[in-house]
Every structure is written in C-alpha cells, then in structure tokens.
Design a protein around this ligand. Structure first.
Ligand code: PBG
Length: 322
C-alpha cells in the first residue's frame, strides 16, 4: 500500500471539499483615513487604490462597500490641529466623532464602526503618548486616551481600538467607558503590536510619523514571541473584548500562539507595508495579485485570525477575488 496525499488533490471539487480554511466577508475590516473638507479625496502615493476622504465622500464610499458585504470599518482621523496634549483627539466634535455620527445617520445598524484610538496624529511630535524630556509618559497618557475613546463611544462607535501600546490603557479605557454608561461599547486592543518598518506607507497616509526617534520604547521588539503572548494576555485580563496581532504577515506564528491561549476573538492587521509590497510587485507584473491576495488572507485565517483588517478588502470583493 502506498500513502498518496495527492489523491485528494485530483480534482478542483475534491480540493474544495477538503479545504480546511474558509472565511466570510463579515470577518474583514476596511480601514479609512478621514480628512477635513467634506468632499475632498486625496490619493496616497504609496498605497495605490486607497484614498483619504472627507466625511461626505466617506459616507458614500462606505455605502458602496456595504453592497459588497463589507460591514466593518476602522476609522483613522487626520487632524490639522496638533499640539502637545492631543486636544483634537478628545474633542467631541472632532473629525472621528463627526464621521461616526454621519456614518451612523446614513447607514444605521447595517454598519459596524470601529475607531482607532491613538494620539500620534494629534500630537505635534508624532509619538503615541505625551512626551517629556525625551521620554514617553505612560500614565499621563492614559486619561487622554480614555477621553478620546469616550468621545468616540459617545458619537456611537461600536468598537474602540487603542493602538498606542501604553501599559494599562485597556483597563483605563474600560473603566472610563463603564463609568459613563457605555457598557456595550466593545474594546478591540492592538494588544500585540510590534515596532515595525511595515507601517511606513501608513505614516505617510496618516501623517503620523514621529518627528524624532522611533516607537521602540512602547511598541514591541519583533524578535519576541513570549512577550507577544504576555502582552495580549494582559490586555485580555484588563478587559479587552478582541485582541490583535499587528503586523500580520511576518507574525503568523504569533497569531497561532495567542489563538491557542485565549478565548476572546483575535484580529490580525494586514498593515500598509504588506499591502504596498503586493501592489508594487503586481504593478510590475511580478506576481498575480488575485492569487497573492487570496493566499495572504487565507494564511492569516489559517494561522488563527478571527478578523482581518486589510486594505485589500474592497478591491478583492469588487473584482470577485474573494
Ligand atoms: C497609530 C497606528 C499605526 C498603524 C495603525 N495605527 C502606525 C504606527 O503605530 O506607527 C499602522 C497601520 C498600517 O501600517 O497599516 N499608532
């Protein structure tokens, strides 16, 4: 007798019958960069196919995405008003709260609205926390993040997603939300977030690059897998409803490790640099974009992601790749 695994690969139908990984469009999250200027649209040179949009255009675009089955959005606000305390981030009439209200008004409960909670876009120096004497102050940053999350929750966000990597922010945000009666606002923590060169295009898109230094004193060292697990488990204990690994593609092992040790859903962020590499290679004719995008998305779900945040979502649906 010969063992022949190839038997089950004989026909397309048989391969389909034994495929282990499958995902639903409802598991994808489409990120959006929101700008002032209601009807403005700006291309992002390093991320072909992705645009920054004013609120009116965003509402329209999300309407079209809903028809493709894309029911989850993750909002990033690009404010012009930067200072040393992140005042625009906590403004009840800031860009993100206004965008949330406009989306809810037009699309109601058909849409799940997630918002990124971080100060890098509203602080002059571009770091994710309050800076003093060259140091990022952890505990001084927590009340500002909590106020930002509260502003988003009050506007009607379903899920707030802190991406700053300050210690203790999940507990701080949760208790602020609960004390203000926002018991049902879910918290998706960027729980295991690495200091990564794959964020390069995003920082151009969101104008959020640190003006000096790097993010290595708060984001994780990419060599550490045990610490990656520790970070996520701590956020679960602090009350995170969804955990996240970011970036995704170089960290599939980390996704699997965390998945095996947690009972809450796990998101993977297929970040800007991962997207832009595929776009550049495809534009040069070096890879088949459809096949590569399918392979990448499937790999993240196979590794254990329950949700995948990806810039590929819209195009993949429009073109019937997924
Ligand atoms: C803000 C934030 C970043 C990303 C999401 N939220 C950038 C960073 O931490 O430098 C990256 C997303 C992407 O690259 O697609 N802290």
């Amino acid at each position: 007798m010969k063992i022949r695994p190839r038997r089950l690969r004989t026909t397309a139908l048989l391969r389909e019958a034994v495929a282990e990984t499958q995902f639903r469009v409802a598991q994808l999250v489409q990120p959006h960069f929101v700008i002032e200027g209601n009807n403005d649209v700006q291309a992002i040179s390093s991320m072909p196919g992705i645009e920054r949009m004013g609120i009116a255009r965003l509402v329209e675009r999300v309407g079209r995405d809903l028809e493709l089955g894309l029911t989850n959005v993750l909002l990033f606000g690009l404010t012009q008003h930067k200072d040393l305390r992140g005042a625009s981030a906590t403004d009840a009439n800031g860009l993100v709260p206004r965008a949330v209200r406009a989306l809810r008004e037009r699309h109601g409960e058909r849409l799940t609205i997630m918002t990124d909670v971080c100060l890098c876009g509203s602080l002059e120096h571009g770091h994710c926390g309050v800076l003093k004497d060259g140091k990022i102050l952890n505990d001084e940053t927590l009340p500002i993040l909590s106020a930002m999350a509260l502003a988003h929750a009050r506007a009607g966000a379903d899920v707030v997603a802190p991406s700053d990597m300050m210690d203790g922010r999940v507990a701080a945000i949760r208790s602020t939300l609960d004390a203000s009666g926002h018991l049902d606002t879910a918290l998706m923590s960027y729980s295991t977030k690495f200091a990564s060169a794959f964020y390069g295009p995003f920082r151009e898109a969101a104008d959020s690059a640190p003006k000096s230094g790097d993010r290595k004193s708060y984001q994780m060292d990419h060599r550490n897998a045990r610490e990656a697990l520790r970070e996520s488990l701590l956020d679960e204990q602090e009350g995170a409803d969804i955990l996240m690994v970011k970036p995704a593609l170089s960290y599939l092992d980390v996704i699997r490790t965390i998945k095996d040790r947690t009972l809450v859903p796990l998101a993977a962020y297929n970040v800007s640099g991962e997207y832009s590499m595929v776009k550049a290679a495809a534009a040069n004719g070096w890879v088949d974009e459809k096949l590569v995008v399918r392979e990448i998305l499937n790999s993240m779900f196979r590794a254990g992601a329950d949700l995948v945040i990806s810039y590929h979502g819209r195009e993949a649906r429009e073109k019937g790749w997924i």
